[in-house]
Design a protein around this ligand. Structure first.
Ligand code: SF4
Length: 79
């Protein structure tokens, strides 16, 4: 199993994880989690992990699942 060293520095450690799993695609539901991510020192590492793992649920690295799909599509086109 991969050791996620960046997680030790995450801004979301100890925060109720429910806010990172919005129940709808409504942007307002993601706002609080994204604000935490945007101040997180490991935001980039978290996002790259989520993209690599194809995380389908939740806010990772300040992005929703829909936004991660868009990033992956863009990367495929640029490759
Ligand atoms: S970017 Fe967001 S989800 Fe990722 S570790 Fe930081 S606070 Fe947690």
């Amino acid at each position: 199993m991969e050791t996620l060293t960046w997680r030790a520095q995450s801004a979301c450690a100890g925060i109720n994880s429910d806010i990172f799993y919005p129940t709808s695609e409504d942007e307002s539901e993601a706002r609080e989690a994204k604000a935490i991510c945007n101040a997180c020192p490991v935001e980039t590492a978290c996002l790259e992990y989520a993209l690599t793992q194809r995380e389908r649920e939740g806010i990772w690295g300040g992005t929703t699942e829909r936004e991660r799909r868009r990033i992956l599509r863009h990367r495929r086109k640029s490759a």
